[in-house]
Design a protein around this ligand. Structure first.
Ligand SMILES: Nc1ncnc2c1ncn2[C@@H]1O[C@H](COP(=O)(O)OP(=O)(O)OP(=O)(O)O)[C@@H](O)[C@H]1O
Length: 280
């Protein structure tokens, strides 16, 4: 299918980020992926055309099974597409993975319980073969970025859920890659903690100028965080709308009550409704 052109919901305000003007980080064309299962093929992704520019914060939103995680996994070279093409910084996903072009944050914090926070963050650095002093420097820097300085020697079970998820973000940041892939990182947390982490993530994004691909089920989260919102629908998983945010880069939490925020949220909701079959 053809993606509708990205337009701002309000013509009077300049979009926060016009992706095509930026250097492309992710470029997908006619991307499709069919899983072969015992019950026949499952078309997880179909006809996805998407370009993500450097420094964008792009959220993927859609009902369960619409292929959000699969798309992130294709970018990360954890799944291979069966149709179309995709490139990451001009490379194949495999080359990008070998060059450690991205950090990946999973739904659950996925920390090793027998390792302290600093040893968890150090894990990818050990695998990369970095010197001890370089490891120490990166651990210090990334824990500071997620406000966990002072918790280096704690074990994951000694931290709250929100702090554990921040530690897993620090681990993904330790790669020092320009691209951060985040699969519903705050889905299991309560609303207040989630609000706080959303604010911190925006600040971190502004400070580091990374490109972020973020999967979520939450409309307010997607609208609050993103420069663009990709709305997806299932069976087969496809992109049904791409919404350019008109919100400024600087976003206090109460921006969520502004008419502009509510207008973007309404458009996302409309997109989700249009793609929903209501059969089950
Ligand atoms: N390894 C696999 N083998 C077979 N089918 C799969 C596999 N992984 C995913 N699928 C199917 O592909 C479709 C897309 O799944 P995916 O996990 O990407 O959706 P999602 O939008 O991330 O869902 P959720 O919001 O529940 O995490 C679903 O129908 C799912 O059952």
């Amino acid at each position: 299918m053809t993606i509708r052109p990205s337009v701002g919901v309000s013509a009077s305000v300049k979009p926060a980020n016009e992706a095509p003007a930026n250097e492309p980080v992710v470029e997908a064309q006619k991307l499709g992926l069919a899983f072969q299962t015992g019950d026949g093929p499952v078309q997880a992704l179909s006809d996805v055309d998407l370009t993500i520019g450097k420094g964008e914060f792009v959220s993927f939103i859609g009902p369960s099974g619409c292929g959000k995680t699969t798309l992130l996994r294709v970018i990360a070279d954890l799944e291979r597409p069966t149709e179309g093409t995709i490139s990451i910084n001009g490379m194949t996903p495999e080359q990008a993975r070998e060059k450690r072009a991205y950090g990946y944050v999973f739904q659950a914090a996925a920390l090793y319980p027998w390792r302290t926070i600093e040893r968890n963050v150090a894990l990818p650095l050990e695998i990369m073969g970095l010197s001890r002093s370089e490891q120490q420097e990166r651990i210090r820097r990334t824990l500071e970025l997620v406000n966990l300085t002072g918790f280096e020697k704690k074990y994951p079970w000694q931290l709250s859920g929100g702090m554990q998820q921040r530690a897993s973000i620090a681990r993904a940041l330790a790669f020092d890659a320009d691209l951060l892939l985040m699969d519903e990182p705050f889905g299991a947390l309560d609303e207040i903690v989630r609000d706080h982490l959303n604010e911190q993530l925006l600040k971190l994004w502004a400070r580091t100028e990374k490109t972020i691909c973020f999967v979520t089920h939450s409309i307010p989260e997607a609208v609050y965080l993103s420069t663009r919102i990709v709305v997806m629908s299932p069976r087969p998983g496809r992109v049904t709308d791409i919404i350019e945010s008109t919100l400024p880069k600087e976003r206090p939490l109460d921006i969520r009550e502004s008419p502009e925020f509510l207008a973007i949220a309404a458009r996302v909701r409309d997109g989700l409704r249009a793609g929903h079959s209501y059969e089950d």
